[in-house]
Design a protein around this ligand. Sequence first.
Ligand SMILES: Cc1cc2nc3c(=O)[nH]c(=O)nc-3n(C[C@H](O)[C@H](O)[C@H](O)COP(=O)(O)OP(=O)(O)OC[C@H]3O[C@@H](n4cnc5c(N)ncnc54)[C@H](O)[C@@H]3O)c2cc1C
Length: 467
Amino acid sequence: MKEPLRAFLRGHFGAVNEHAPYADELLREFLGLGPLHAFIPTALGGQYQGAASCLEVVEETSYWSVPLGLTLGIAGSLFLRPLVRFAAPAVRDAVVGDFLSGPALGGIMVTEPTGGTDIFSLHTAYTDDGARLRLRGTKCWAGLTGRAEHWLVAARLARGDQLTKRLNLVYVPLAAPGVRVETVFDALGLRPIPYGQTRYEDVEVPRSHLVAVPGQTGLRVIYETLFRTRLGMPAIAAGLCRRLVDEATQRVGNRSSFGTLLADYDQVRCRLEELRAKAEINRRLWRFACLWMDRHEDVATDYALVNAAKVVSSETMQTAADAALQLFASAGYRASHLVGRAYVDARPFLIFEGSNDVLDENTFQAVLGGQGRFDRAAVTAQLARYGLAFPDQVPAVAMAALDGPEAGRQRQQVQLGRLVSWLLVLALLQHDEVADPDPADPSATDLGVRLACRRLAELAAALPYLS
Ligand SMILES: Cc1cc2nc3c(=O)[nH]c(=O)nc-3n(C[C@H](O)[C@H](O)[C@H](O)COP(=O)(O)OP(=O)(O)OC[C@H]3O[C@@H](n4cnc5c(N)ncnc54)[C@H](O)[C@@H]3O)c2cc1C
C-alpha cells in the first residue's frame, strides 16, 4: 500500500477514541489519494495487479476504519470490477475515466423493500426497445445511497405487463432524469455510509448500459459479482481483527485490577489469543481467496469456498468486536470509540451480501448436491475441489456429526453448513499451499487451529438439540 495513503489513515484514525463518523471532505481527500485505482486495470490507466492488489488496500484501510474499508469494497468490488469486466467499452471507459480523474464512487442496488434474500422475486423492471432501456422500480439499503454517482441496478426484463425471469445489471448514473432518493435511513452503524431508498421512475438509458455478457445469463454476472465480493470480505475482517489485537494488547498491558496487570489474567490472555486467531484466520482466508480468484475466471459456482469466506469472516468480525469490548469494558462503550463502533459496525456483515443463515443452508446443499449425500466423503470431495485435504484433529463430535442422522430439518442443515465452513478454515490453516505464517505473529496459526476446532465442537455438540 502506498505510504501517503497509510499516513493519511494513521493521521485520521490512529487514535482509538476518535472514531466519530467522518465528514464528506475526509472521504473526498481519501479518494483523491487513489485507493480505488487498485481496482482498475493498468490497460485502462489504473493499478490492478491481481486480486491481492485490491484486497491489500481494503485490508489496510479496514485496519484504520471499517466504514472506509467497506466503502472501497462497495465501490471497488461491487461496482468497478463488474463494470470493468462486463460493461460495453464505451460505457466502461467513460465511467473509469471519472474514477481516475476525481473522487468518484459507485455502488450496487439489488435489495428492494419487499426483500433482499430472494433475488428471483425482484420487482424492478426494464423494457428494451432495441435502442433504449426504460427502468422502473424501488431499491433500498444500497451502500452509498445518494452519495455515489454511479450505480449498477438489478432489474428484470419486462415484456408488456409481464415480468420475465431475465435478470440483468443496468448501469444508471445517479444524475439520470427520473432517479430520486426518497429516504435516507437512520442506519444503526457504519454511520458515514449513507443508506436509503431510491426510486426509478421511467429512467431511460441507452441499451449499451446493460452490463451483460452475450450468451450468458445476467444472473451469472450478478453471482460472479456477489461471489467475488464475498471472497473479499475476509480482508475487511482481517484488518479489523488485526487492529483489535493491537489496541487490546496495548490496553491490557497498561491497566491493572486487584493489583494485577490485566494482561496477566489467564482469561484476558484467552481473549487476546482468540483475537489473534481471528486475525490469522481472516488473513489466510483472503490470501487464499485471492489466489483462487486470479486462477479462476468464473467463481459463480464455488459455493462452499465463497460461503465459508463470507460466513466465517463476518462471524469472527462480530465476535472479535464483542471480545474487544469486554476487554475495554466501559472505555470502549462509546459511539466514538474504535471498539464501540466495531461492535455496531460488524453486525450487518452477517446480513448483507447474503444472509448468513441462508448461505449456511446453501453450503449444506452444495455438499449434498455435489455427491448426492452429506457425509465425510462428500465434504472431502468439496474440499478437494479447492485443493484442500480433509483436516486433521477434527473433534470426534464433529466427525460423528458429519456421518450422523441429524440433517432432516433446515435448522440442522444450516448448522451443518456452518460446520463445513469451519472445516474448510481448518483445512486451510493446515494444508494451505501458501501457508506462510504471519511474520508478526508466527504462533497465530496454532491459535487459529485451536479456535476452529473449538467452533467445530460447539456446532456439532448443539446439533442434537436442534431437532
Ligand atoms: C448495512 C447494510 C448494507 C447493505 N448494503 C447493500 C447494498 O449495498 N446493496 C444492496 O442491494 N443491498 C444492501 N443491503 C441489503 C441486504 O443485502 C439485505 O438486507 C439482505 O439481502 C437481506 O434482505 P432483507 O433485509 O430484505 O431480509 P429478508 O429477505 O426479509 O430476510 C430476513 C431473514 O429471514 C431469514 N430468511 C430469509 N430467507 C430464508 C431462507 N430461504 N431460509 C432460511 N431463512 C431465511 C434470514 O434469517 C434472513 O436474514 C444492505 C443491508 C444492510 C443492513
